[in-house]
Design a protein around this ligand. Sequence first.
Ligand code: AMP
Length: 390
Amino acid sequence: MQYNRHSGGYRQNRNPNRFRSFGRKRIDSRLYIKRADEFTKIEDIETKNSFTDFGLNAELTKNIKLKGYVKPTQIQDQVIPQIIKGRDILGIADTGTGKTAAFALPLIEKVLKNPNERILIMAPTRELAMQIKQEFRSFTWGLKVYITLAIGGSYLREQIMEIRRGPHVIVGTPGRIKDLGKRRVLDFSKIDTLVLDEVDRMLDMGFIGDIKSIVDQTPKSRQTLFFSATVDSKVERLIDTFLNNPVKISIKSPNPSSHVEQNIVRVGRNMRVEKLKELVSEADFKKVLIFGSTQITVERLATTLIQTGFRAEGLHGGKRQNVRQKIVKSFKENQINILVATDVAARGLDISDITHVINFDEPNNYQDYIHRIGRTGRGDSKGYALTFVE
Ligand code: AMP
């Protein structure tokens, strides 16, 4: 795709409408335009350690190799030795940095050394919790390390049965975890290690009360691993109360979406659907994630695209959990190549080969924008993000 093709590229636009108002917040549309940096492959990043330097269990090291991870990412390089030492961690890192494996690998090692180890992981969304579980599973082939989910929207009874079997690791969303505590299925006083992933998003989603109540019930002697992409005053307060002399590791590149070429598409409201169809018909739009602001927009857009003959689906919080899971799977496995989604539904999606993100509706704030476009350009690949503006 040519950089200038859709909009005239970097030309500064004097259009007074470029500030669109969404309630209190405004995003200057110039922020949607940015060239991708020359991108660095994971293999090219300078790291001190190789996976064999961490002294991990031989089977586990074999599984890392089988998964195709050649070298640790920066966060893995720095965090893994500290977690193994038993230190608390404050990791400031975006998604896409490899932070899941950064905590999964040393925690699997902990369980292998001490099968009585009990780990609780909290994440903002069901999708992210499922991805964390999958990442753990991919490293525990042939090892006696068990992980189970505690997420809302899925069968409660099944989860209760699985938790009663005493898995080493429980990963879930704060609401369901708290509920399972109340039902006395989960005993937080037995937790040795607590992981809080994407804390900033958990706070955005209103989980603060649930998180505090859960953490309060865990032993003070626990090891705590705390990850957040951003740190504001609310997050800072939690850092102070939850962490004990943490090792602080910040892997924030100055430009968090450096692999993503960003541009705007100037199009009037009533021409948007036509423009969208035109774009997704282009050969290089191989796997496209489209953001709509509401469930209705998402539903309508998906239906229109399907009726036009595209392989598309809509993903939003109004759909049942098992339906959402199926849709994500079919996108992952390329049965469909267009996913239309709301912000909440798309959080934590780890699909590595999305070629384009299209903001059919503008995001509410710049942070959401960064989260959205971070769904493309994952790992080593370059991505494109287009934002429709009037
Ligand atoms: P995360 O930040 O944990 O969501 O990871 C982002 C992506 O990077 C995922 O698709 C991981 O599978 C991948 N990844 C993580 N660690 C490595 C590594 N050491 N080498 C190659 N890919 C990795």
